[in-house]
Design a protein around this ligand. Sequence first.
Ligand code: NOJ
Length: 548
Amino acid sequence: MREWQKETVYQIYPRSFQDSNGDGIGDINGIISRLDYLQKLGIGLIWLTPMYRSPGNDNGYDIADYYQIDPVFGTMEDFENLLNEAHKRNIKIIMDMVLNHTSNENHWFQEALKSKDNPYHDFYIWKDPVGGHEPNNWVSKFSGSAWKYVPKLDQYYLHLYDVTMPDLNWRNEKLRNKIFKMLKYWAAKGIDGFRLDVINNISKDKEMPNDTFATPLDDGRNFYTNGPHVHEYIHEMYEKVFGPNNFVTVGELSSTPISEAIKYTNPNRQELSMAFTFHHVKVDYTNGNKWTLGQYKLSDLTRILSDWQVKMNAHGGWNALFWNNHDQPRAISRFTNDTKYRDQSAKLLAMVEFGLQGTPYIYQGDEIAMKNAYFTDIKQYNDHESINAYNELLKNGVAKEKAIKILQQKSRENARLPMQWNSQKNYGFTTGQPWLKPLHHDDYSVEKVLKMKNNVFDFYRALIFLRKHKQILINGQYKLLNSQDNSVYSYERINNKGKILVMANFTDQMQERKIANGFDLLLGNYEGIKLNKGTVTLRPYESVMLEK
Ligand code: NOJ
């Protein structure tokens, strides 16, 4: 077993975590002030989303200078201090690293714009117009064409994301060397690993053909996802940086089949430690379309999760387990019940996640059952992806009210609300004007939750503790029970010493299920579960972890 495999990762979205200087934006000193809280929770690693210098068009995923901390978050000294303080508490720090694209304000791109002969020009992906138009029909993940015309050069550059985020050309060896040098700079600071943003998109098909749009999911992604040289490039980073520094790495691998995820994460291949994949959080898309009012069937969700569990395990792959992150609406609002059964739901989701094989991630606020923002006006959104999607919906004839409803359900801004620390102004997140409006009407906060009996925070602590002390949760074989069940998700983990059974009722009705004899209760989200002769009756959103 690798040491980190029994640890839990906590994701911090610094902008929304804790502001220390009253400018309304969370910062590094704010994070430092909350390290004791995180230590109490019991996590072993923190993943920090980007804090490099950036114009902030995509909240830091548009990097203008890889070597600097953005002043809104603090200084390099603050960062080094954070690293030190985290290490003192035995917490590792994983930095987010964005290597598929930069900001258009990055020095490399500014040079690239100067002329076709500039040495930096080839650091990006340029194409001449075809018949006066875009070089192909690929669509940006932030809506519209993936190409932007630059009149001065009479060329288009590729941007798979925002128009201000040009894609890097990994075929260029000089660029790769610059990247390796920069990764070594951060390694030398003493960080413990990287979360690699959309890393499976870095190697594009050389021909860049038009997409046929044969399926609703097609938008060009077949020609750049898990592209021809991606494994080579990642292995090169492993040899030069990840391996020698004993890094924990997690790749963000959207639209990736299991066979590829195995390649990225099987330790024999020396690429990444683990994989974030997204099939389970697309279960409520309608025909692959995110921007719809979606519904999901529990049996679809459990089928997807189970497929990943079984196949990754069989071939030496390793899953990163999560329900939430800064790109997803809150799972509690999406898959369970965030009102009457709010606490039970938060605990149920945590239990289902922590019982699976892989490394569990907690996204800030999960541990206090934070829920969706449910904004009622497009003006409340900052996020370009959400605003573009809204405009596109209206353009396609969707009524305003419905478009807002869709955003309430699907927008990632839902997860970016400031962290709710206490009952003071702005939940103690800032003394100034918060960059994103908090809910105000939600009375959940860290302060309140910690005072509650059997609270969600303590439930997470218990799960984190169990993962550290029960080998079976790390290495036990996974088995789905009742694949057709649309109300209760039941699975087992099995090793040569015993069994763990997880049962989670995803409905607001009582559910009775048969179970084998001999199980004892390890953890449950209600008080006093009754295990009666071969059956268990689960109350609304009840979940149990049993052992024998
Ligand atoms: C994935 C990040 O998680 C997301 O927030 C960002 O917009 C895109 N990559 C582009 O960097």
